[in-house]
Design a protein. Structure first.
Length: 663
């Protein structure tokens, strides 16, 4: 969790293009097309559409990566929409420019682009691929900020790795369509749906350090599964805490771990069973702090044991259908912007929040919003060295699993993520979600409800839900999408705002941390939040929270200034979550973004000043501020930053962008 504003030299205006190439931000690409000298071949081609099944996966993966890079550059440079159907991106460091066909210009950032080309390239030259584009954009970043050349080189390598792994995931999905071996599980299916990953990250599927064979086992996109590795921890090394109860009786983390391991684990008397990710054990056992503990027998390797677990969308958290708990394991892989090893303060934070909610806060929250809750992290296990200092890399969170396999629950990221569909057969809807007959300017949808606009190759679960509801009710898809969105605001977003306003707790509720419960028809019926990292206790509410739970924050490092809380809350809940959802509706031709933005403004106005107004400051900020601070994933990776272990003032890069809600 980044708790300090980034230095002011990271400004989005520093990479703005020259005005002669671009019009004002409120302009959208015209239907007339670009000037003749900048007219591009393939302008109407969907990058996620390739007719040759033998090479489709490589093409689609590279194309998806190209679109991610372009979205990042447009957002982080705060580029306005072009007046024509082509976006021109100046490349002064390279002495050229990119010409990018705009298939869809999103008011919220989920743009769709055609294949980019260098303006100086011959007519028949191939489009710019992902690795070349990453190198070009990195070179431009070197002229406007101060990343190291090593970090820039690493970014290009990670982009290549991400594209390669994405191609593998696409290929495996098309070759193997069945669900996990233990039967349908809505929660797990959604966790495995992020084949393309974050649409505004340059390398969302990079898994530095995984072999191909390991990636098949340990990746949710590959529907992998594996037994956990288990260690026996001598009681002198065990660090643990638990607020888990069953029928009012306390249950220790050691008891929970033993239950999850099963009765046949060959565990020495008096020792505690500690689950470890198999990849992590190989990585950690030879570290200087860990190797002597194995050599002296204080840690004993019990081997792989038990039924397989499935990785969820975070890769490191594992799930087993029907198990009472999930396990958030330490995993030293660099995934998106961080190496994912649990920090001790995060373990304390999860238990602390559970205890805080049990002081009566949960009852107050449930009285106002009975269908929303937090997925609790009430217990943990870890290892301390002989000197009582934490041994990093072995910390494990025991997370409550409140979901049954038949309960229709999905993280928002999994719901909106396009998934590869069969290329033939009647099991796909002929509505054309990603394969369209003409360019769109970003706000109009002439083929939104016209059947037969093209067979889709990619579609999201959200699109399936909206299409099914529209068919069932006989209503236009745009109307169904708008109602779905309004219900989501009430069932998921309003409860999160309540917790901030009434308790002073802001949640890092981005799309991957936010779960929506769907009723039997597919409408939002409730929500959950998960993540022991992502809590912000407002410094201005310290006394109130201390009164509820004396000593709160002492070990969890969770109190944050209101200024930083406002910035992070606005990004995660508003930009990433809600505006990202609006962008998904728009880019997938399900709704007009302008209408959904207007609906969001009305919702925020009601929260800020209506009869049921809340004390949270976020709605007013979103309505009144002409700009917002936004996390810049491309620049964060260019600078080689790790959001979890870097200095607090440089953990990630934030830039200033135009606020699409500001009237």
């Amino acid at each position: 969790m980044n708790v300090t504003p980034t230095p002011p030299n990271h400004r989005s205006s520093s990479t703005a293009p020259s005005p002669q190439h671009l019009n004002r931000p409120d302009r959208t690409p015209s239907q007339g097309g670009p000037p003749e000298q900048e007219r591009l071949r393939g302008a109407t081609t969907d990058l996620l559409d390739h007719p040759d099944p033998d090479t489709a996966a490589d093409y689609e993966a590279d194309s998806a990566t190209v679109e991610n890079l372009l979205r990042c550059w447009v957002r982080e440079s705060d580029l306005p929409a072009p007046g024509s159907g082509t976006l021109r991106i100046p490349l002064p460091a390279s002495g050229g420019a990119l010409l990018v066909p705009v298939r869809y210009w999103s008011l919220t950032g989920w743009h769709r682009f055609g294949p980019p080309r260098l303006a100086s390239a011959p007519e028949q030259s191939p489009p710019v691929d992902a690795v070349t584009l990453a190198a070009l954009l990195t070179r431009e970043s070197l002229t406007t900020s101060a990343p190291t050349s090593a970090a820039s080189t690493e970014l290009v390598a990670r982009v290549a790795d991400s594209a390669r792994r994405t191609a593998t995931f696409i290929r495996e999905r098309r070759e193997r369509r069945e669900h996990p071996e233990d039967g349908p599980d809505f929660f797990l299916t959604a966790e495995q749906a992020l084949v393309l990953g974050h649409p505004l990250h340059p390398a969302p599927k990079s898994r530095e350090g995984l072999t191909e064979a390991e990636a098949s086992l340990y990746s949710p996109e590959a529907r992998g599964s594996f037994p956990l590795h288990w260690l026996a921890v001598h009681p002198s090394l065990l660090a643990t805490d638990s607020a888990w109860t069953e029928s009012g009786r306390p249950v220790t983390a050691a008891q929970l771990s033993q239950r999850l391991a099963g009765p046949d684990l060959p565990q020495p008397d008096g020792h505690t069973a500690l689950p470890v990710h198999p990849w992590q054990l190989r990585e950690v056992r030879h570290r200087p702090q860990t190797a002597p503990l194995f050599d002296t027998g204080l840690l004993r390797d019990l081997g792989a044991h038990g039924s397989p677990w499935h990785p969820t969308s975070s890769v490191r958290t594992v799930h087993r259908s029907g198990a009472p708990a999930m396990l958030k394991l330490s995993l030293g892989l660099r995934i998106t912007n961080s190496r994912r090893e649990n920090l001790r303060k995060e373990l304390h934070r999860g238990v602390e929040v559970h205890r805080l909610l049990r002081t009566g806060l949960s009852k107050e929250w449930q009285a106002a919003h009975p269908t929303f809750d937090i997925v609790r992290d009430p217990a943990w296990l870890a290892v301390d060295g002989p000197d009582s200092s934490p041994v990093p890399g072995l910390d494990v969170v025991i997370r409550h699993n409140p979901f049954t396999p038949s309960q229709d629950v999905s993280c928002i990221a999994g719901l909106v993520s396009p998934r590869p569909c069969p290329r033939s057969g009647a099991d796909v809807d002929p509505s054309g979600l990603h394969r369209v007959s003409s360019d769109h300017s970003g706000t109009d949808h002439p083929d939104l409800d016209r059947p037969g606009a093209g067979q889709p190759i990619w579609r999201s679960r959200l699109a399936e839900v909206v299409i099914r509801l529209a068919a069932r009710t006989g209503r236009p898809r745009g109307a169904v999408a708008a109602e779905w969105f309004l219900r989501y605001l009430e069932q998921v977003i309003r409860p999160v705002l309540w917790l901030d306003g009434e308790a002073g707790i802001a949640l890092e509720a981005h799309q991957q941390n936010t779960l929506v419960l769907l009723d039997s028809d597919g409408w939002p019926a409730g929500g959950r939040y998960r993540d022991n990292q992502g809590y912000y206790f407002r410094e201005s509410r310290r006394a109130d929270l201390e009164a509820r739970l004396p000593g709160i924050g002492e070990h969890s490092d969770t109190f944050v200034s209101d200024e930083v809380t406002d910035e992070r809350f606005a990004y995660y809940l508003a930009i990433n979550n809600v505006l990202g959802l609006i962008g998904a509706f728009g880019s997938q031709r399900l709704a007009d973004e302008r209408l959904l933005l207007a609906a969001f403004r009305r919702f925020l106005t009601d929260v800020a000043s209506g009869s049921t107004r809340l004390r949270t400051t976020l709605p007013r900020h979103l309505l009144d501020s002409p700009t917002l601070r936004c996390k810049a994933n491309l620049l964060t990776r260019v600078h080689g930053l790790d959001e979890l272990i870097g200095p607090v003032d440089t953990q990630s890069v934030y830039v200033t962008i135009a606020n699409p809600l500001h009237s």
